[in-house]
Ligand binder design. Structure first.
Ligand SMILES: NC(=O)c1ccc[n+]([C@@H]2O[C@H](COP(=O)([O-])OP(=O)(O)OC[C@H]3O[C@@H](n4cnc5c(N)ncnc54)[C@H](O)[C@@H]3O)[C@@H](O)[C@H]2O)c1
Length: 348
């Protein structure tokens, strides 16, 4: 039976992806997480649903001694590397922390993967590596220039570069295959959630949410008094930023498709994939839809644009469709909002 290592598996995307792998494969999973932004509840939910299939190692990725001890003890067939800090705004104020937690820790764990013969490495990157690409009629492709405009995006761009150069460096003597997934905006909750009861479901928990849909739903469920739209004069149809929102379950399934793709390729060492739906919604449009779907009104303030926020990010996702068997099932803003709302009500 294959064993995979998932860093950040107690977080939002890592836990949903772990659920997908538990459900559709027989792999054993070891999660590394320091619970800085992750939740033990996510691990407990997975463990209860799939007993004896996963283990949590509460390790900080900067603890090289503990990490190496784990690699010595256990052979891993693959690493899915989600652990990172990910607030654009925070990264503008704490850039060095982002380079430390995202770039340096990625470098260190990648070196361990090479040393201990891990065969596949799937890296969580982000559309923030593109910065603000201009005049792209067909959306942002994987070949679009990388020009991040905030330290978060830069920390991920540098990580990508280090992973790719690292493979070149060893001329792939180990045979490691690398998949880099550049996610667009992720939202929603597990479509497996049914009759949510205490500790029985998966969705986005947050200690300090910054994602638009999550924040707006926290307002709709009265966890927050108000929210803000940052910037209303962007060169977009209604002046607010446009993003490509993808349902969390479709993102989770993309990881397994890329995993299988990496298994199937013989003459490629790495592949980069955008993961989104290739269509965009503005901030105003998302908030209006949330008010409509939840039938709740809440206060929305108009504020100046935030540093480092690009006007429009829409992915061109032809490559992942062409090369892998990925078939998204929930490509619809209403489904995303409804699943997230149900989850948010449960958290109330
Ligand atoms: N959420 C999005 O919309 C989005 C978009 C693009 C890319 N991403 C990327 O996806 C990945 C996962 O994001 P998420 O939304 O699940 O975030 P999250 O904060 O829910 O999960 C990150 C997890 O990593 C853990 N972690 C962080 N630093 C760690 C460290 N030093 N040692 C051990 N564990 C550590 C946290 O405790 C948490 O469980 C990140 O790499 C992020 O950059 C997310």
């Amino acid at each position: 039976m294959e064993t995979i290592l998932i860093t950040g598996g107690c977080g939002y995307i890592g836990s949903h992806t772990a659920l997908h792998f538990l459900k559709y494969t027989d792999k054993k999973i070891i999660i590394i997480d320091n619970l800085s932004s992750g939740f033990l509840e996510n691990f407990n939910y997975l463990d209860k649903k799939y007993p004896n299939r996963l283990i949590l190692e509460k390790i900080d990725l900067s603890d090289l001694v503990a990490l190496e001890a784990l690699f010595k003890k256990q052979k891993f067939d693959a690493l899915l590397h989600f652990a990172a800090a990910l607030s654009v705004e925070e990264s503008m104020h704490m850039p060095l922390w982002y380079y430390q937690n995202n770039t340096i820790n990625t470098t260190n764990i990648f070196k361990l993967c090479l040393k201990y013969g891990v065969e596949k490495f799937i890296f969580s990157s982000t559309a923030a590596v593109y910065g603000e690409p201009k005049n792209l009629d067909n959306g942002i492709t994987e070949d679009t220039n990388l020009m991040p405009i905030n330290p978060y995006g830069a920390s991920k761009m540098m990580s990508e570069r280090i992973l790719i150069d690292g493979l070149m460096d060893i001329q792939n003597k180990i045979g490691l295959k690398l998949g880099i997934l550049r996610y667009f905006n992720v939202a929603g909750a597990s479509m497996d959630n049914q009759n949510l009861t205490k500790n029985d479901g998966l969705g986005q928990r947050s200690k300090n949410a910054t994602h638009l849909i999550k924040v707006a739903l926290e307002c709709a469920t009265k966890k927050r008094e108000k929210m803000a739209i940052f910037g209303t004069n962007y060169p977009t149809k209604d002046g607010t930023c446009i993003r490509d929102y993808i349902h969390i379950d479709d993102l989770a399934s993309a990881h397994l498709c890329v995993y299988d793709y990496l298994d199937s390729i013989e003459n490629r060492e790495f592949e980069i994939f955008n993961v989104g739906y290739g269509c965009g919604h503005s901030v105003k449009e998302v908030i209006e839809n949330i008010k409509l779907i939840t039938k709740k009104d809440f206060c929305v303030e108009l504020k100046p644009p935030r540093l480092g926020d690009p006007a429009k990010l829409i992915g061109n996702v032809e490559k992942i469709f062409k090369k892998t068997k990925w078939k998204p099932k929930f490509n619809d803003l209403e489904t995303i909002i409804k699943s997230a709302y149900e989850w948010e009500c449960y958290l109330s």
